[in-house]
Ligand binder design. Structure first.
Ligand code: PLP
Length: 432
């Protein structure tokens, strides 16, 4: 139950903040009711300002792979901040961060740090357009790549949750340069390229879709898109803002063995501080200023606090990966999905789900869920009931069905068991 203090805080916020929030999904419109306001977090737990404790599967929408306030990350931020918060000249931390990314992500030879996932994706398509001399880009329906004009065309995440058509304010001349196809449909991609291949600068793709719930690529799909883009002289951009360092240490590209030309990052690489990055083939990255003519800059790019937090996180991930940590994350995700499906079936409700690395999706739908059409067909009213009842039990899932759940390295057996026990109490309540 959302408490009185959160309700009052939301009323106060709505007087001065648009919708009371700084990012639309935080307003909980997809599930109704009032958002709980965070007070603090500790490991896998978030405490709201009413003193409720939640097992947190939102994890700030993905960045917190080490949970809340991990002592090593907090210490790295504090020690770095004590020496200055931004300099406007290079620091060695930025190089160290880029070295880690280049070492871990197979296709990335050079990196540019930015301050958000949106900056990363919009910079990557600028670069793709400059490299190919073409202007169209292709994105999949229901994928979300941030809020830059070119991406607010059939977008997932909060855009889909609010049921918004494509956003006003995006000039038609920009939107018409974004071509869309269903996710997981290699034939549609082939056909689009057959018709308009010579206009297309790049395909931008979430290699595992995370913004229409968590939807896995069909076997062979990523390979097919790689082959089609190569054959037509277009670039392939993997948007690994969610999947980077989350579905495995080398991201989705290492896991599926398909190498894009450019990759975008965010979330995990900042460990909860504002950060993003794009990188890829050396020859392409050489087109970016100051090596080349494609302009892109940022006052706070490569910010030392973000670098210190992210570096600490990546180095811990390297050690943890060697001990099977990603497999454990995935097994926890699978257990949640299995319990969800088992209980739903016991109570005659349709359900399916997916788990990969530290992300998972729970759908009230018989499945299979392969694209936005099938994802959208799930029972969103039932999910809203499930979400509210789980919250009352002290478990916080994403406040919209068309979003992913996130597991952290500090979720353990105890949290998984408590979550499943809570589901066992909740299903009889929502089935009636
Ligand atoms: N790309 C993907 C796949 C995302 O999920 C998001 C955000 O959720 C973005 C890009 C945009 O990142 P940011 O919100 O940091 O601008």
């Amino acid at each position: 139950m959302v408490g009185e203090r959160s309700k009052q805080a939301f009323e106060r916020a709505q007087r001065v903040l648009v919708g009371g929030v700084n990012s639309p999904v935080r307003a909980f419109r997809a599930v109704g009711g009032t958002p709980y306001f965070a007070d603090h977090g500790e490991g896998p737990y978030l405490y709201d300002i009413d003193g409720h404790r939640y097992i947190d599967y939102l994890m700030s929408w993905g960045p917190l792979i080490w949970g809340h306030a991990h002592p090593n990350i907090v210490r790295a931020i504090a020690e770095t901040a004590a020496r200055g918060t931004s300099f406007g000249v290079p620091t060695e931390l930025e190089t160290e961060m880029a070295e880690e990314i280049v070492e871990l992500v197979p296709s990335v030879e050079k990196v540019r740090m930015v301050s958000s996932g949106t900056e990363a994706t919009m910079s990557a398509i600028r670069l793709a357009r400059a490299a190919t001399g073409r202007t169209a880009i292709v994105k999949c329906i229901g994928c979300y790549h941030g809020h830059a004009d070119s991406f607010l065309v059939k977008a997932g995440s909060g855009v889909a949750a609010l049921g918004l058509p494509d956003s006003p304010g995006v000039p038609a001349s920009v939107a018409e340069r974004t071509l869309t196809v269903p996710y997981n449909d290699a034939d549609a991609m082939e056909k689009l390229f057959a018709d308009r291949g010579d206009e297309i600068a790049a395909v931008i793709l979430e290699p595992v879709a995370g913004n229409m719930g968590c939807v896995l690529p069909r076997p062979g799909y990523l390979e097919a898109v790689r082959e089609i883009t190569r054959r037509h002289g277009a670039l392939l951009i993997f948007d690994e803002v969610i999947t980077g360092f989350r579905v495995g240490l080398g991201g989705a590209q290492a896991r599926f063995g398909v190498l894009p030309d450019l990759t975008t990052f965010g979330k995990v690489i900042g460990a909860g501080l504002p950060v993003g990055a794009y990188g890829g083939r050396r020859d392409l990255m050489a087109l970016v200023a100051p090596e080349g003519p494609v302009y892109q800059a940022g006052t706070l790019s490569g910010n030392p606090l973000a670098m210190a937090a992210g570096l600490t996180s990546l180095r811990m991930l390297k050690r943890a990966a060697a001990e099977g940590a990603y497999e454990r994350l995935e097994s926890y995700g699978r257990r949640l999905v299995e319990a969800f499906c088992r209980l739903a079936s016991n109570y005659g409700l349709p359900a399916t789900g997916h788990a990969i690395g530290g992300m998972f999706g729970l759908f009230f739908h018989d499945g299979p869920i392969v694209d936005f059409e099938t994802a959208k067909a799930c029972d969103q009213a039932l999910y809203a009931d499930f979400f509210r009842e789980m919250l009352a039990e002290g478990v916080a899932f994403a406040p919209a069905q068309l979003e992913s759940g996130f597991m952290s390295m500090v979720h353990g057996e105890a949290e998984i068991e408590k979550t499943i026990e809570a589901m066992e109490r909740v299903f009889p309540r929502i089935a009636n």
